[in-house]
Design a protein around this ligand. Structure first.
Ligand code: NAD
Ligand code: WQD
Length: 346
């Protein structure tokens, strides 16, 4: 019998890619998603990619009794990957209570129900946002770099959730956990059957680039060229979403094989390479042969100047490494955008 894994937020961007990788590695997946930022047809597309249809429950993780019933229905779930969360930084500033409720209550419910249903482990989606702007000597950033006060309610939910997991484990709950701090996930599955579906005007760089290249947006605004970086634009660590998804399979294997050295482990998931906004745009143009109209505008409030990962711990301890090149990743993002056009979606 296959090992059952619950994936909350499994029809979302990173979740859908992870479900495919879990299935490719022999796991049976149950997706719980309330479809607040994704659609049910993602389940069909996951099936097209992997040849296996995951179980799907349209359910809100904040619904404690609904989640309880779900664990009872799918007996024997061994571990959870908890992606479900609201993730728009700007919106979280406008609607902090909505963010605190959704992101924190969801996790509390899951942690509450895990021991009752004999679920051993949880992999949690955290973010490099917890590091804020690391000092120069802390770049590239390691897991032991000091955390900075969050810039937004969204970022704060990640810090609070990390603390909730640590406190729960400390209290003696029979849970093990791996907290994955993602840097900037980009790109789409090479099949172009699953990818990121931004809601409205994209806030993130790569969807804005691909939509501009497609002619949906007139022009990309580059937020600042006066930073203290080689070309003046901000630097990030852009990580391919399939590479990122694969790290979750490794994390699940590690939990189930009880290889963890500690009951709460943290890993940075990044490439170890910092790329500027201008470099990313240039690479996109070179790879696709499509021009991206852009102009330099003022800085975006709250932006970090530069951050990229030191992924040594994930490389050495998890045995996971980002493999895709930036070129391949940007090509996959462009193929996904073209697919959306073909389907008349965007
Ligand atoms: P996404 O919005 O595409 O996926 C999240 C999914 O969770 C969506 O399908 C949404 O419908 C669902 N969801 C939200 N609240 C829910 C709830 N209460 N109950 C059930 N389902 C719910 O986002 P993503 O980019 O795939 O991000 C996945 C996780 O990774 C999130 O926790 C996010 O904060 C984290 N993360 C994302 C990034 C990024 O840049 N994309 C970076 C760091 C961390
Ligand atoms: C990348 C770079 C922008 C759009 C956000 C969240 C973070 C994490 C990942 C979840 C920055 C520049 C962007 C545009 C631009 N999410 N940019 N023009 O800000 O690194 O991180 O997503 O945890 O919490 O804050 O990602 O893609 O928005 O921006 O010049 O139209 O692109 O200034 O330097 P960011 P991003």
């Amino acid at each position: 019998m296959k090992t059952r894994i619950l994936v909350t937020g499994g029809t979302g961007y990173i979740g859908s890619h992870t479900v495919v990788e879990l299935q490719n590695n022999g796991y049976e997946v149950i997706i719980v998603d309330n479809l607040s930022n994704s659609s049910a047809n993602v389940v069909d597309n996951i099936e097209k990619v992997s040849g296996i249809r995951p179980h799907f429950e349209k359910l809100d993780c904040c619904d404690l009794s609904g989640m309880d019933a779900m664990f009872t229905k799918y007996k024997g779930i061994k571990a959870v990957i908890h992606f479900a969360a609201s993730k728009a930084v700007g919106e979280s500033v406008q609607k902090p209570l909505m963010y605190y409720r959704n992101n924190i209550v969801s996790l509390i419910n899951i942690l509450d129900l895990m021991p009752k249903h004999g679920v051993d482990g949880i992999v949690f989606s955290s973010s490099c946002t917890v590091y804020g702007q690391p000092s120069k000597e802390n770049l590239p950033v390691t897991e032991s770099a000091p955390l900075q006060p969050a810039e937004s309610p969204y970022g704060n939910t990640k810090q609070i959730n990390e603390e909730i997991i640590q406190d729960t484990v400390k209290s003696g709950s029979p849970i093990t956990s791996i907290l994955l701090r993602y840097f900037n996930p980009i790109g789409a599955h090479p099949s172009a059957l699953i990818g990121e579906l931004p809601n409205g005007v994209p806030m993130n760089l790569v969807p804005f680039i691909t939509q501009t290249a497609m002619g949906i947006r007139k022009e990309l605004s580059i937020f600042g060229d006066d930073y203290n970086t080689p070309d003046g634009s901000c630097i990030r660590d852009y990580i391919n979403v399939v590479d990122l998804a694969k790290a979750h399979v490794v994390a699940i294997d590690r939990i189930l094989k009880q290889k963890q050295l500690e009951k709460v482990e943290f890993f940075n998931l990044g490439t170890g390479k910092g790329l500027s906004v201008l470099e990313l745009v240039k690479t996109f143009e070179e790879v696709t042969g499509v021009k991206v109209n852009h102009k330099i505008v003022g800085r975006r409030a709250g932006d970090i100047e530069q951050v990229w990962a030191n992924p040594d711990k994930a490389n050495n301890v998890l045995g996971w490494k980002a493999e895709c090149t930036t070129e391949e990743t940007l090509e996959s993002a462009w193929n996904w955008q073209k697919k959306l056009r073909e389907l008349g979606i965007q």
